[in-house]
Design a protein around this ligand. Sequence first.
Ligand code: NAP
Length: 576
Amino acid sequence: MAERLDVLIVGAGFSGMYMLMKCREQGLKVQVIEAGSGVGGTWYWNRYPGARVDIQSLEYSFGFDEALERDWRWTERYAPQPELLAYANHVATRFDLSRDISFNTRVTAAHWDAAADGWTVTLDNGETRAARFVVMATGCLSVPTDVTFPGIDDYQGDVYRTSRWPHDGVDFTGKRVGIIGTGSSAIQSIPIIAAQAAQLTVFQRTPNYSMPAHNGPIPDADFQEWLADPRAYRARSRATVGGFWNEAREDAILIHTPPDEIKAELERRWAWGGFRILGAFADQALDPEANRVVHDFVAAKIRERVKDPRVAELLTPKDHPFATKRPCVDTGYYDTYNRDNVELLDLRADPLVSFTATGIQTQAASHDFDAVVLATGFDAMTGAIERIDIRGVGGETIKDHWAAGPETYLGLMVAGFPNLFLITGPGSPSVLTNMIHSIEQHVEYVADIIAALNASQAGRIEASPEAEKLWTDHCDQTAAMTLLPQANSWYMGANVPGKPRRFMAYAGGLHHYTDTCNAVKAKGWEGFVIARGDQLLSESREFTSYPPPPETMAPHLVEMAMGRVAKWLEAHGQPA
Ligand code: NAP
């Protein structure tokens, strides 16, 4: 076995890259294991046409180094995948990261070795590594679901998965193309494929809400504001619920606002584009009545854009409140359905039966294609972690530990799995936020923990089961206050058959979450057990650092939220 590492990092996306830098700062012996042939994670794998970030690039980039920030120029408000990948490579080159990354290698197992206060990690090339700490920088949306279709192996045409797109691209010119799925990946790729292909058929099971990106050059006012003081610009985004600036008005209550003012505010935000509409009113994510008003506004926008009223109706979401699934940000999505070469098929009315040698058979008809694109989504949040055979104290697997849904302390650690850190793990704000800001917060926090352990010559740190339970209950109750659990979303694990239902991200906001983590640290790592060999160094089994209740919340929202929590407690029992 190679020399023992201080830290083994799984994944060389933005999390793994930054973790590597923070470990180097402490002089630690560190190695990153990456399945792909290059850095970039999400932006390495997801090369489908039209792939681009849905947070403005000025905010969706590293903020830890002002010189790096000032030297890089984004060309568009929402950077396209090639530019994001170029950025990842730029960071890797600038900080000479690749020398500590093993590419084209997968971690298959990680077993806790109690005698060594560390992990034995197995790689798919048969090698093993010993490491004190393992950091799972494996991404929240990195493993495609196993979804398959009867007869797919008999299909003679080409099949492409958006999340595993060929590196040299695909030319659909003159082709008849089918695409299954209408989530973000499909919504971004459909306009581009439609413009190229002879014919595009979209197989939709559930429509999604999508807002226009209004992509283009970075608005000058925004750019000048950033240029004047990048630190202040970043601090402002980090101090928000989502880790990006969207003018959230925490004290604006839709149901107390006159209709013409509601309309004007929603129009203003729609015209600005992207996620800005999410911050319009404090009650839209909590109160079904307020949410319905925003739904009606978006439904009218769909009707405005799509000429065929039947198609517009089909494209309008009906089964979940607005923004309870991750909303999409598009360029020309709805207009694409006005093209003569695009057809929308409703799989609810006419279910998919099987693939055939020449295409897809639905109950009502057969459809021939030269190529089919699967934009069918990911085993989110837990998929990449559970696919590795991770065994903690006493040989318990993480999959077993999470049999009822993921349970973590702060989304960072799992009880019974010492020295194993999750970056943007379940139970952290992660996918509800600007991932880069969540990643930076987590990586810096994990680096602080490792430094503190080394300073006190401790061997290991572990989340206490008590704190894990309190935090997990807090996450559940926070989600229950909102409308978020009302959708069959991948946030809930609902897109993977048999996956336990639990709202997997922390819905309390990145700002409050960061304050909570800082309070935990200030209290001497509250909720954690720290030891060396048989010697217990410090032990805290409580979690008291709850985020403050929102002061500006309207009384009817407090009542509504507390009512939902009461129901949750009735169903799940009081926390320990
Ligand atoms: P997704 O949102 O989970 O969408 C998957 C789509 O496939 C859904 O429309 C789903 O329909 C459909 N589907 C799955 N299995 C099916 C089956 N057996 N038959 C028919 N339809 C099926 O996945 P995604 O589009 O890849 O996006 C996932 C997440 O990745 C996004 O929510 C976002 O967070 C992130 N993402 C971000 C961007 C960006 O803008 N930067 C771009 C892409 C992805 P049902 O809804 O009926 O299950």
